[in-house]
Design a binder for this molecule. Structure first.
Ligand code: LCS
Length: 394
């Protein structure tokens, strides 16, 4: 489709990166399930390896994967994307490209557990220094910057505290210090937030979540604003090998088409459920960017097009009462992950964020009583009735 980047968001979601197959007329992007691609002759092969356009080997590029990369890059307003085997492969692609001996990263203290844990437990082996701070106050990021800081790494909204970070302010701080700003946009998805347009240099996704949306694929994506940054990432990614599979890419291409429809519905359910729980006598607190009680409600309205469909809450009676909730709900599955068409509920302190040392976890706001719910697209009345029933059991 011509002028795709000038079209409306829903049109871009459905069509970007995709075209009717010239060979067959197939409307759905074909799955090019081939590990390698034949060259016309020796000179053609040499030219492809020398940088001429053309496919060589699926780890180094594949038409189905490329369709998805172009789709997400268009949605995020980047110059290109790199599909990854998982969200963590995407995170590590960025770390491995820009961190090394004598470099420093400033990260938000509340991140998906492994995105923080791997910096603390593995990267010091390669001489990487780190500071994790409460980036929801950008001054903390400014204070943590060092001469050797190469990356400022944020997740907004953050998993699982739903803390927001001012992307524009952090971009300025990172750039003043000669560092790149990386934003994990998994919770918002490109439907609700575009960090590159707010000054970030790199945006990444666990596409396992809202982008795919059907709880049946693990996948990741990195999008860069600048071609030089993309080229550096590509070189590391292709040789480290955490690339996608064409079938995996095709499933995500199928999932992303309904991103806007799913997100609208899930968000509508989340808004109603969070407001209902906030007033419920058995609920002690609710943290959701869609509620005015969220400390950064105004920032959310400024930098997001909607608050998303994930929130966290605590029930009176702490973790024991929380367990009664998560053990007895019937609609949300008791499972980690989020962003699927079905609701999921989990306990971060003992599950997704269990690997973070206790003091650091508490400091980051991931309290023992925190229950995280990823609201799906079910009938709202059923969700409310389910939560009401289990809260009555406390
Ligand atoms: N970034 C964020 C914000 C995430 O929530 C996750 C996974 C990842 C990166 C890693 O992506 P993956 O490799 O799993 O595709 N978050 C999970 C969660 O909250 N529960 O289970 C996985």
């Amino acid at each position: 489709m011509k002028n795709i980047s000038e079209r409306g968001l829903m049109t871009r979601i459905i069509h970007a990166g995709q075209h009717v197959d010239p060979a067959t007329g197939a409307v759905s992007t074909p799955i090019y399930q081939s590990s390698t691609f034949a060259f016309k002759n020796a000179d053609h092969g040499a030219a492809c390896f020398g940088g001429a356009p053309g496919y060589k080997y699926t780890r180094l590029g594949n038409p189905t994967i490329e369709a998805l990369e172009n789709n997400i890059a268009t949605l995020e307003g980047g110059c290109g994307g790199l599909g990854a085997a998982s969200g963590m492969a995407a995170v590590n692609m960025v770390y491995l490209t820009f961190l090394g001996q004598g470099t420093h990263i400033v990260g938000h203290e509340s991140l998906y557990g492994p995105s923080r844990m791997i910096i603390e437990s593995e990267y010091p082996r390669f001489g990487v220094e780190y500071s994790f701070v409460d980036a929801s106050n950008a001054e903390n990021v400014a204070k943590a910057m060092r001469d050797n800081t190469k990356l400022v790494y944020i997740e907004t909204p953050a998993n699982p505290t739903l803390a927001l970070t001012d992307i524009r302010a952090c971009a300025e701080i990172a750039h003043q210090g000669g560092a790149l700003l990386v934003a994990d946009n998994t919770f918002a998805s490109p439907y609700l937030q575009n960090p590159l347009e707010l000054g970030a240099d790199i945006v990444l996704h666990s596409m396992t979540k809202f982008i795919n949306g059907h709880t049946d694929v693990v996948a990741g994506m990195v999008v860069a604003k600048d071609p030089e940054v993309l080229a550096r990432l590509r070189k590391v990614h292709y040789n480290m090998g955490g690339t996608m599979d064409p079938h995996q890419a095709w499933l995500v291409l199928r999932g992303v088409k309904s991103l806007g429809l799913r997100m609208d519905r899930a968000q509508e359910n989340a808004l109603k459920l969070a407001a209902y729980l906030e007033k419920h006598p058995k609920v002690s607190w609710v943290r959701y960017p869609g509620l005015e009680s969220h400390p950064q409600y105004e920032l959310g309205r400024k930098q997001m097009r909607g608050p998303g469909a994930v929130f966290s809450f605590g029930v009176k009676g702490g973790i024991e009462a929380g367990k009664t909730v998560i053990n007895n709900v019937e609609i949300p599955a008791l499972a980690v992950s989020l962003g699927g068409i079905e609701s999921l509920i989990e306990h971060p302190a003992s599950m997704t964020h269990a690997g973070i040392p206790l003091a650091e976890r508490l400091e980051a706001g991931i309290s023992d009583d925190l229950v995280r719910i990823a609201v799906g697209c079910e009938t709202y009345a059923d969700l409310e009735a389910d939560l009401t029933r289990v809260l009555d059991m406390i």
